[in-house]
Design a protein around this ligand. Structure first.
Ligand SMILES: [Zn+2]
Length: 127
């Protein structure tokens, strides 16, 4: 275990970037496909969260983010690949076939305790 670990996707440090070796292409491609909110949480978890206990990502934060991402999961109408669309997304290209995926309508509620949103008429099939 490293004593001073550096996250390979740390936006402020490049001393542990993934090598350009093709063996790491999958990791690089999957990182690029992560929604920004997921990248932000991973980045916080593996940068400041490693060194500052008060900034660690809590279990509740992970659960809340994954609930939001699950709500925004959309099956591509062209190839059926599952895509993750964030509430703030204005357009989405399928990660698999690269074609445009229509975004569903979202219902947004502004409450005293905060804002919440939900997808209306999800294009996903449920079993
Ligand atoms: Zn597709």
């Amino acid at each position: 275990m490293a004593e001073r670990p550096v996250f390979v996707f740390d936006p402020h440090r490049d001393d542990n970037r993934l090598p350009s070796d093709p063996d790491y292409a999958t990791a690089r491609r999957r990182w690029a496909l992560c929604p920004p909110s997921l990248q932000e949480l991973f980045t916080r978890a593996f940068t400041v969260g490693l060194r500052q206990p008060g900034r660690r990502v809590t279990e509740g934060e992970w659960q809340a983010l994954f609930r939001v991402l699950e709500d925004g999961a959309i099956d591509c109408p062209h190839c059926r690949a599952e895509n993750l669309a964030e509430a703030r997304a204005r357009e989405l290209s399928c990660w698999h076939c690269r074609k445009t995926v229509p975004l569903p309508l979202r219902l947004g509620l502004r409450l005293r305790l905060g804002t919440m949103s939900a997808t209306i008429g999800s294009t996903r099939k449920t079993m």
